[in-house]
Every structure is written in structure tokens, then in C-alpha cells.
Write a protein that binds this ligand. Structure first.
Ligand SMILES: *Cc1c(COP(=O)(O)O)cnc(C)c1O
Length: 530
């Protein structure tokens, strides 16, 4: 006799448990729906110590409690203390509210659990993913291009640079360089990008075994866009030094400023020397479907590879991204054949041949469902809405007496500092992390911080098309209140009821103390407090 499983319920999703699956999932969905409807601020404001205590209190070695109780416990722990990206006062990082259709597709793909590696495991999913890759390639202007879905822009950039590296390590006869010749060339490979390019570019260079000095910084104009003349000069200088240009990375939507490098002029410079142009459109990719702003990506079709993050500007749940190449032959360099999985002689369409991953989620289904539910134009209108909102906020702040805009944007970020007359630049520097912290601790508004031209500033990333200018003004009012409070030596009043109050008894205490002064509170500045 086999030992019975020591659990209260049938743990696996299969025929006999299908009714239990449906009932369990309905309960989860009802609970999440109720929470989403009730959310009154983006975060409950619990401290990390408080959350660590809750996490540590769970005994992971204890006997199972069954699906319903376990999921209710999980919801109390996770959902009660999560950061809600759909809330109008969430304006920190590149996280978007997600489409209902994509979340529905996510539930479907999680339950069916397809792995899009070989055709024999994924069948129609492989065909659907390939159709979406073709669709994306067409939107870019890569007729006949190829690509694959990835876990995110970081992986897409890594794969693009891997393909560029393999291209650069190909001999005149078309064969892969080997041995000493390969090592010598590898040490001379250079990647040209601006300081505003995503950190995953430099990280990829490290992972790909390039030299420590392989990433050459190309100058930008004052607003953070790559200077094409500086690029042309850097390309010439690189070759003149005897180094090899492996790739030029242009960014279509820099992470902080939301600026789009001048792609057409960059492509001219790359074409002049035959350099591989990779366009990182992780953030700006949504413009591919924008009814009014598609022209901002002009020149992207001249790239050799492109990164698009659907989980940023296509309103998709994490994770969903793609690497797309103009020449299908370039992607072949990713292929690796294993007898058990995808032998070369198979003749089958196996997406694993195109991917750095083996087992891989069917993330494409979410985008498919969204395009069918909302339409590509519908998604594009949402992208336009967040860009319009950012433009309205920029106009609003143009002559604000207290908040100073730091840089313009092409997309949906707002970079600013609390810097009214009477506050020194050094005080304004110090206020940046403190204001962000006060807001975070209160849970009432989440904003980000970064450094632009060597000086810290606050950052809003607006990715919620439903948010109104008044709602952003309310966030900015909280920023002002926090700054006033800090300058006067007080904390932000926590007058809104945190959403987790009542959910977990211990959190009433957290809510009561979340208005406490942060440890890094500055000394009261006499001058500014006048
Ligand atoms: C977000 C971002 C990335 C990284 O993408 P992930 O999906 O977070 O891995 C790369 N490049 C740019 C320009 C980005 O904004």
C-alpha cells in the first residue's frame, strides 16, 4: 500500500480535483478583487521589521493545512502588504497596472502550465508566440524578422548583446573564431552606449566575458540623448585604436528621463562602419502602437536587434518581454541542440532554439489576449494617455514656486526637486531621499529617486492611463507636505486609514506608528524653516 499524502486536500490540479480547483480559484479571485476595490493607498506602510516578523512566524516545516486555509494565510501575508501598482498614488518605478484580459490569460497559462520550448510540449502555443513575434517585428519594421519572448528587458538585452558578440567573433569565412584568435578578438570588443543606457548593458558585457573597459560611454546632449556626432567620432576612434565595435546600444526611452536617442542619425553612424545597432526599447516599446507618437521611434527599423518590454508599456503582468532581430539568421547563434530535446535533424519549430531559457512560460498568451480584448490601438491610446499626463504635469510644474523640474521627457517620467527660494542645493539634495522615505513609510504615495547630472532628484513614473492630473497633483502635495514637515522637523501626518488596518491586528499598531520620524530625518534647518 502506498503511503497516503499527508495533506488535507488533493494537492494536484487534475481531473478529479478540477471542481476543487475552480472553487479554490474563485475564492482567491474574489478575495483579490475585494482587496483591489478597497485599496485606499498604494502600500499599507508596515515597516520592514514588522513584515520580517510576519514572514518569519510562518512554520514552513509544519504539516499542510489544506489549500483554502493556506491561500487565505498567504493572502493575509502577501496581499495585505503588497505594493499596489494600480493605485493613483503609485508613481515610483516602471510598473504598470495590468489588463484584465492578460490576468485572465495568466490564470489560464498557469493552470495549463505549457512550456514554450519544444513544439511537442507547446504545439499551438509555439505558433501563437511566433505569430506575436512576427506582429512585433512588423510593428518595428522588420519584415521577416524573428525573435523570442523573454523574462524581461535585462534578458532581452543580454541575448541581443550575445548575438552581437557571436557576430563579432565570426571570421571572414563565416565560421566561429576559436582558440587564441577568439580570445584576442574578445578582449578587443567594445560596446558603445550612453551613461543613460540601462545598467543591464554593462552587466551583460561582464557576463559575456568582455574586457572591463569594453563599454565606451558616448556623450549625450544636455537632455540625455545620445549625440550622433559624438557616436560617429567614438566609432572612428575605437577602430583607430585597433578595437572592434561589437555593438552600439541606443535607448528608446531611457529609464530615468524617458528620452529617446535620435535613432535615424545613430543608424547612419552605425551603417557607415557596419556596426550592430541594438535598440533598447524596454520602456519606449509601447510607442509601437501609439496612434500619435509612433514617429518618435523613427529609425528603429534600421536596428539589427530590439528589446521590447511588454510588462512596461503594454500593460502586461510580469513577466513579458521580447528580443526581436531583423535577420532571422542572427538568432540562430542562440541554438544549442540536445538529443533528448531538440536534435538538429528534427526539422521541428522549437522556440528553445531561439531562447536562452529552456523551460519557459507562455507569457505571449497574455499579450495575445490583450490585443484581442483591447486592440492594438487601444493599448496605444493608453500609452498616449500616460505621455499626455506627464506632459500636463511638466506644464503644471513649469513655474511652480517650490518644485523644480529637472529634465524634459519624451515618455512619462517627471524628474523634480523640492527646491524653493531659501532652500540651498545641498538641503534640496538631502530632502530627496528623506521625502521619498517619509512617503514610503506612510504608504500614502510611492515615488522614486534617482541622480541626474550628479544631483539627486525625485522621480514619478506615470504608467497608469486612468490617473488624472489632479491625482498627480495630490501626490505632489504630499511631496510638499513631507518637505515642509522635514524642514520643520515633523513627520507627514498619516491621516488616511491604511488599507491593512483591520486585516491583521498587528498592523493597527504599525499604522499608528507609521507616521513616526524616519531615522535619517535631518536636523531642523533654521534658515529654511523661517
Ligand atoms: C526596465 C528597463 C530594462 C530592464 O528590463 P527588465 O524587464 O526590468 O529586466 C532595460 N532597459 C531599459 C531602458 C529599461 O527601462
Amino acid at each position: 500500500m502506498p503511503t497516503p499524502l499527508p495533506t488535507a486536500t488533493d494537492p494536484l490540479l487534475r481531473g478529479p480535483s478540477s471542481a476543487h480547483y475552480a472553487a479554490t480559484l474563485h475564492d482567491v479571485v474574489d478575495d483579490v478583487a475585494a482587496r483591489i476595490a478597497a485599496v485606499s493607498q498604494p502600500f499599507c506602510g508596515a515597516s520592514r521589521a514588522e513584515l520580517a516578523e510576519l514572514v518569519d512566524a510562518v512554520d514552513l516545516d509544519a504539516p499542510g493545512v489544506g489549500d483554502g486555509p493556506a491561500l487565505r494565510e498567504v493572502a493575509d501575508l502577501y496581499a495585505s502588504h503588497a505594493v499596489w501598482f494600480h493605485h493613483p498614488a503609485y508613481a515610483a518605478h516602471l510598473n504598470c497596472p495590468v489588463t484584465v484580459s492578460a490576468v485572465g490569460a495568466e490564470a489560464m497559462l498557469a493552470a495549463i502550465n505549457t512550456s514554450v520550448d519544444t513544439y511537442d510540449q507547446s504545439t499551438v502555443a509555439t505558433l501563437m508566440e511566433r505569430r506575436l513575434v512576427e506582429w512585433t517585428a512588423e510593428r518595428i519594421g522588420f519584415a521577416g524578422g524573428d525573435g523570442v519572448f523573454t523574462s524581461g528587458g535585462t534578458q532581452s538585452n543580454l541575448q541581443a548583446l550575445f548575438l552581437a558578440r557571436e557576430q563579432a567573433l565570426t571570421g571572414a569565412d563565416g565560421a566561429r573564431l576559436v582558440g587564441g584568435e577568439r580570445r584576442d578578438r574578445l578582449a578587443r570588443l567594445r560596446v558603445l552606449a550612453t551613461a543613460a543606457s540601462h545598467f543591464s548593458v554593462a552587466k551583460s558585457a561582464l557576463l559575456l566575458g568582455l574586457d572591463d573597459d569594453a563599454v565606451i560611454e558616448v556623450a549625450t546632449d544636455a537632455t540625455g540623448r545620445m549625440d550622433p556626432d559624438a557616436l560617429a567620432a567614438a566609432l572612428v576612434a575605437t577602430v583607430r585604436r585597433g578595437d572592434v565595435v561589437m555593438a552600439v546600444v541606443a535607448t528608446a526611452g531611457t529609464t530615468d528621463r524617458g528620452r529617446i536617442d535620435p535613432l535615424d542619425q545613430i543608424a547612419d553612424a552605425c551603417d557607415a562602419v557596419g556596426a550592430w545597432l541594438h535598440v533598447d526599447a524596454a520602456y519606449g516599446g509601447g510607442l509601437l502602437v501609439s496612434p500619435t507618437r509612433r514617429h518618435l521611434l523613427r529609425g528603429i527599423e534600421r536596428a539589427r536587434s530590439v528589446t521590447v518590454d511588454f510588462h512596461k508599456t503594454f500593460f502586461q503582468p510580469v513577466s513579458s518581454s521580447a528580443i526581436v532581430v531583423r535577420e532571422p539568421a542572427d538568432l540562430v547563434r542562440t541554438a544549442w541542440h540536445a538529443d533528448y530535446l531538440n536534435p538538429a535533424a528534427d526539422g521541428e519549430i522549437n522556440q528553445v532554439d531561439r531562447s536562452l531559457q529552456t523551460t519557459r512560460r507562455f507569457d505571449a498568451l497574455k499579450l495575445w489576449a490583450t490585443l484581442r480584448a483591447v486592440g492594438a490601438d487601444g493599448v496605444g491610446c493608453m500609452v498616449d494617455a500616460v505621455c499626455d499626463l506627464a506632459a500636463a504635469v511638466h506644464a503644471d510644474l513649469a513655474d511652480d514656486p517650490e518644485l523644480r523640474l529637472v529634465a524634459p521627457t519624451d515618455l512619462s517620467t517627471v524628474l523634480f526637486r523640492y527646491e524653493p527660494d531659501g532652500v540651498t542645493p545641498e538641503q534640496a539634495d538631502a530632502l530627496v531621499p528623506q521625502v521619498r522615505r517619509v512617503l514610503f513609510d506612510s504608504g500614502r504615495a510611492l515615488v522614486a529617486k534617482t541622480v541626474i547630472d550628479g544631483r539627486p532628484c525625485l522621480k514619478l513614473t506615470l504608467l497608469n492611463p486612468d490617473v488624472t492630473l489632479d491625482e498627480v497633483r495630490a501626490v505632489l502635495d504630499l511631496v510638499r507636505d513631507a518637505a515642509h514637515g522635514l524642514l520643520a522637523g515633523e513627520a507627514l501626518a498619516a491621516d488616511a486609514a491604511p488599507p491593512c488596518r483591520g486585516v491583521h491586528p498587528r498592523l493597527d499598531r504599525v499604522a499608528a506608528t507609521s507616521a513616526a520620524m524616519p531615522a535619517e530625518m535631518p536636523a531642523k534647518t533654521e534658515e529654511a524653516a523661517r
